[in-house]
Design a protein around this ligand. Structure first.
Ligand SMILES: [Zn+2]
Ligand SMILES: [Zn+2]
Length: 208
């Protein structure tokens, strides 16, 4: 934008990639390539991650749980790259979709603004998986992003009712289809997070 503020950015390499971002673009020439850095507001990034993770028709309370998980990941993460924080591949998280303000992912971020999951007062990067198979797992050894939280094995009502659905992912932390099932039965995002991350708290940023 003329003011230098955040703008819609389209990065296009014909035939290879075409991605839209919302933020401020900075281009850094490296010896053999250009590094494109996009500074994005945290809430925009949260909405973008939820939009990338969303399955059609996911109820809003499940999206809000996903938004708190995404924000916790961003708040807890150490920089994963030299000179910038996140890339936009699965190495970090998907940051490919800028959700329009009337979309459910945008509202999920807005309605949980600044809320993160904490364990003993510190935000951690919560693990989650697509479908747990009926019961989630605890960690057997600490994960670098978990800040000492080892998770707990809990029943997942949706997956237990749908044993034909194959397990997808590591089954640690929130089960995405289980979260959608809880929301469809009237659970709030806080109840969903409390179920899949027992012993943690929902806290407003900045933490301490
Ligand atoms: Zn990365
Ligand atoms: Zn499940």
């Amino acid at each position: 934008s003329p003011s230098g503020g955040p703008a819609e950015i389209l990065v296009s390499i014909p035939g290879k990639i075409e991605r839209r971002y919302h933020g401020v673009l900075r281009v850094t020439p490296l010896p053999s390539e250009l590094l494109l850095l996009i500074e994005t507001d945290r809430e925009v990034a949260v909405g973008s991650i939820v939009a990338a993770e969303v399955i059609e028709q996911t109820p809003i309370e499940a999206l809000k749980a996903q938004a708190v998980v995404a924000r916790s990941f961003l708040a807890a993460s150490e920089p994963r790259h030299k000179g910038f924080q996140f890339c936009d591949t699965t190495h970090c998280q998907f940051l490919r979709h800028w959700p329009p303000p009337d979309s459910a992912p945008y509202r999920a971020a807005e309605q949980t603004k600044d809320l993160v999951l904490t364990f003993h007062g510190s935000p951690f990067a919560p693990l989650y998986s697509a479908a747990c198979g009926g019961r989630t797992r605890a960690l057997t050894e600490p994960d670098p992003g978990s800040r000492g939280y080892l998770y707990r094995s809990v029943d997942c009502a949706y997956c237990l009712r749908h044993p034909q659905d194959p397990k997808r992912g590591h089954s640690i932390g929130m089960c995405q289809q289980g979260a959608a099932g809880m929301a469809a039965h009237g659970a709030s995002y806080r109840e969903i997070l409390d179920h899949y991350y027992p012993g943690t708290s929902v806290t407003t940023l900045p933490v301490r």
